[in-house]
Design a protein around this ligand. Structure first.
Ligand code: HEM
Ligand code: HEM
Length: 404
C-alpha cells in the first residue's frame, strides 16, 4: 500500500491518522459525558468517589491534549497530499455537504481540545493533565471567569463535533450500503480497485459553510447561557455591616487547601469584622473581634461548587461561619483566641497577627491553620490523597477608627 494518497485512494499514513483519531474521538465522548455527569452529581452532594472523577477527568484531558498534537500532525500531512477525487461528481449538494463536514471535523480536532485546554489552564485545582509541563498556558490568565467561558465553549464545540461525526458516519454508511460504492473501502486498510474519480473541487465555499456552522452554534450556545461572560457569581446573602469601633476598610480573607498535593487558593468575597481594640501599654487584654463569613461567597479555584456541597461546607444549611476572639497583646505581637464555628462545629482557634497603627488607621495580617476534619468537612475523604487535612487561613485588613 502507498504511504501517500493517490487520486483514487487514501495512503497508509492518511488511513492510520483517520482511524487512530476516530478511535480516540469516539472514546472521548463517553469519557467526557461520564466524567461531567459524575462531577455534577458530586456537586449535588452525591457519594460518588472524588478520586474516580479526578481520574476520569485527568484521563480525558491527557488524551485530549494528545489528540490535539496528533491532529496537528494529521493536518500538516493532509496539506502535503492530493485528495482522492469525487466518486459521484454529479451529486453536487452531497459533495458540498461532505466537504463542509470534513472542514468542521478538521477544525474541531484543533478547537475542541484547545478550548478544553484553555479552560484547564485558567482554573486551579481539580484534575490535572498527566504530564510534566505544567497546567498553565501562555497568555491564559488564572481566572474563573475565563475558565467558565472556555468550559462552556468546549461544550458547544463538542456538540458541533458530535453532530458532524454523526453526519459523517451516516454519509459513509450511505455510500457503502445504499450506493454500494468504494467510498468507505478506500478509507479502509488494503488496496481498492475503484473507478478513477474526478478530481475534487477545492473551492472556499465548503470552508465558509463550516465557519457559518460554528458561528451559529456559538450564537445558540451564548443565547442558551453556555458562555458566561462573567464567572459563576456566588449567590451569597449580603452580610449586614457590623457595629464596631474599628471599621474595616479593605481586607482579604483567604484559605489555601492542598488538592492532589498542590495548593489551591481561595478567598471569601463577603465577610464582616466587628472589632473593639484599645492598644494596651503592657502585654494583656486588648479587645475583641467577631468575624462573620458568608460561606457561599467563597471562590476556590475550580472546586468552588464541591466546597459548597453537603460533605464540605454544606453552604445551604450553614451559610455563615463565625470567629469570636479575645485580642491580647503578647510580648512580640498580638493574638486573637476564641471559638471558630464552621458547619455548626466550634473549635478553639489561636490567630497570631501583626498590627501597625498609624493615627486612626490600623493594618493587620495574620495566619492560622485548622484541620478540616475537626469541623466535619470532607468526611468522605478520610485520607489526604485528594484533599489535605490542613487548611491555611490568611487574613489581612486595614481598619479605621470610628470612635475615640
Ligand atoms: C478532541 C478532544 C476532546 C473531546 C472530543 C472532548 C469531549 C468532551 C465531552 C463530550 C465533554 C462533556 C460535555 C458535556 O457534558 O456536555 C467534555 C467536557 C470537558 N472536557 Fe473535553 N473533550 C476533548 C478535549 C479536552 C481537553 C484537551 C481538555 C482539557 C485539557 C478537556 C476538558 C474538559 C472539561 C474540563 C470538561 C468539563 C467541562 C465543564 O464542566 O465545563 N477536554 N469534553
Ligand atoms: C467510525 C466512524 C467513521 C467512519 C465510518 C468514517 C469514514 C470515512 C470515510 C469513508 C472517509 C472517506 C471519504 C471520502 O473519500 O470522500 C472519511 C474521511 C474523513 N474522515 Fe472519517 N470516518 C469516521 C470517523 C471520523 C472521525 C471521528 C473523524 C474526525 C473527527 C473523521 C474525519 C474525517 C476526515 C477529516 C476525512 C477527510 C479525509 C481526510 O482528509 O483525511 N472521521 N471518513
Amino acid at each position: 500500500m502507498n504511504l501517500s494518497n493517490t487520486s483514487s485512494s487514501y495512503g497508509a499514513v492518511a488511513k492510520s491518522f483517520h482511524w487512530l483519531i476516530a478511535l480516540l474521538i469516539l472514546t472521548m465522548f463517553p469519557l467526557g459525558f461520564v466524567a461531567d455527569t459524575m462531577a455534577q452529581s458530586l456537586r449535588a452532594g452525591a457519594d460518588t468517589g472524588v478520586d474516580t472523577v479526578v481520574f476520569l477527568f485527568s484521563l480525558h484531558k491527557t488524551l485530549g491534549v494528545a489528540i490535539f498534537f496528533v491532529a496537528l500532525a494529521r493536518i500538516l500531512w493532509a496539506l502535503s497530499q492530493t485528495r482522492p477525487g469525487l466518486l459521484h461528481p454529479d451529486r453536487k449538494a452531497e459533495a458540498f455537504l461532505a466537504h463542509a463536514i470534513h472542514w468542521v471535523l478538521y477544525g474541531s480536532l484543533v478547537l475542541v481540545p484547545l478550548s478544553g485546554w484553555i479552560h484547564n489552564a485558567a482554573t486551579t485545582g481539580f484534575a490535572p493533565i498527566w504530564w510534566p509541563f505544567g497546567q498553565g498556558l501562555p497568555f491564559v490568565p488564572t481566572d474563573e471567569g475565563v475558565a467558565a467561558f472556555f468550559g462552556g465553549l468546549h461544550k458547544v464545540l463538542v456538540y458541533v463535533l458530535g453532530g458532524a461525526v454523526g453526519l459523517h458516519v451516516a454519509g459513509a454508511l450511505k455510500h457503502h450500503v445504499i450506493d454500494r460504492d468504494a467510498t468507505l473501502r478506500r478509507m479502509l486498510p488494503g488496496r481498492v480497485a475503484a473507478a478513477a474519480p474526478v478530481a475534487a473541487s477545492h473551492g472556499p465555499a465548503p470552508f465558509a459553510a463550516a465557519l457559518v456552522i460554528w458561528a451559529v452554534a456559538i450564537g445558540i450556545g451564548a443565547a442558551a447561557g453556555y458562555l458566561p461572560v462573567r464567572g459563576t457569581a456566588a449567590e451569597a446573602p449580603k452580610l449586614e455591616a457590623a457595629a464596631m469601633d474599628w471599621q474595616v476598610e479593605t481586607g482579604t480573607l483567604g484559605i489555601t487547601v492542598t488538592q492532589l498535593g498542590k495548593p489551591v487558593e481561595g478567598s471569601f468575597a463577603d465577610w464582616t469584622a466587628a472589632i473593639t481594640f484599645e492598644e494596651p501599654v503592657a502585654p494583656g487584654p486588648a479587645g475583641e473581634v467577631k468575624v462573620t463569613v458568608s460561606i457561599p461567597s467563597l471562590t476556590l479555584g475550580s472546586v468552588t461548587e464541591q466546597a459548597m456541597a453537603a460533605d464540605f461546607f454544606d453552604a445551604e444549611n450553614h451559610p455563615t461561619a463565625e470567629f469570636a476572639g479575645k485580642i491580647e497583646k503578647t510580648a512580640d505581637g498580638y493574638v486573637a483566641t476564641g471559638p471558630l464555628t464552621i458547619k455548626g462545629q466550634s473549635v478553639p482557634l489561636t490567630l497570631p497577627f501583626t498590627l501597625a497603627i498609624d493615627g486612626d488607621t490600623a493594618t493587620m495580617s495574620g495566619e492560622a491553620e485548622v484541620n478540616r476534619l475537626d469541623f466535619g468537612l470532607g468526611k468522605s475523604m478520610p485520607d489526604e490523597g485528594s484533599v489535605g487535612f490542613t487548611v491555611a487561613i490568611k487574613v489581612a485588613l486595614t481598619a479605621s477608627r470610628t470612635s475615640h
